[in-house]
Design a protein around this ligand. Sequence first.
Ligand code: NCD
Length: 358
Amino acid sequence: MTKIPHLIDINDFTSDQWCSIISLAHEIMSAPMVYAGACRGKIMGTLFYEPSTRTQMSFQTAMLRLGGGISGFDNPSNSSVAKGENLKDTTKIVSGYSDILVMRHPLEGSSKAAALTADCPVINAGDGGHMHPTQTLTDLLTLREEKGTLSGLTVGFCGDLKNGRTVHSLLKALSCFDGNKFILVSTKELKVPEYIKDYITAAGKEYVEYLTLEEALPHLDVLYMTRIQRERFGSPEEYDRQKNVYCLDAAKMKLAPADMIVLHPLPRVDEIAVEVDDDRRAAYFKQANYGMYVRMALILCMIDYGFESKPLLKGTVMNDVCCTNPKCITHTEKYLPHSFIKTGSVLVCDYCDERISL
Ligand code: NCD
């Protein structure tokens, strides 16, 4: 595989590279002991500025199963971040201690910002409501194992499609395979952002938007459920208006094809009734398990190629322009160059993909 300096967005890899990673994950699953010492002597740094169970622990156990070590924090209030240390300094230091760095942060564009100063490869384990490429690799492996293909699928996405970073990354990835179609089920407030819809269209794929699961279910090969992302809402009232709108239960599962599978990046709140766990089409617990193997494969592909920093910002630095996304990392990390890609009459923020009309 060609050298991959960082994994910030799923499209930092080509679709052939995703396929090599999931094939390697498949091999690791069938013979894990072959890889048991593959990362002996290597250290993975983990900077988790936001809560995580699966992503953090699957990365950690992946590295431990490869024979490597781990170091990091899962709560920034126990680190020098609580003393006011900026992201640049934390990244610079911890990347010097590590061979690979995994980071999750509540602000959009934070992983790219961290990668600008890191001295080792950085993996984005979720940057606010923006992207989550390693969940996407998990989802692709799950589809390959459970459906046998990544193409020709009608995939339904339901829930918080606006703030769900796993949805954004997976839609980008599945748009790159032939014959996929998307049914997007959400309230009008929580629709998929325009930049993702444009991506789907530019890739020549079709999507429709529905308000109810009942309309979508009979047509699906895969249903990707998501929770309403409470922590991304401006007020508890806004969240209260959105929660409990969608709940997949045994009665609704009767509307779905016999070979449809149900995925969910987890954690589940109440959007899938516990009774669905017993339906053989429920694949979300298997999906979480695949996550560890795909992260083993990813670490192997990224750690052994030596590190060479490459220019990360694709746009033009315009420090007099400010990103209009209040959740963009450029607002808190003031030293960051404001970089924008000009497309027609729109400036696209290099960190968070926000579009600013000129
Ligand atoms: C997701 C995330 O963090 O975006 N969880 C995960 O990584 N498996 C989904 C979520 O939190 O809803």
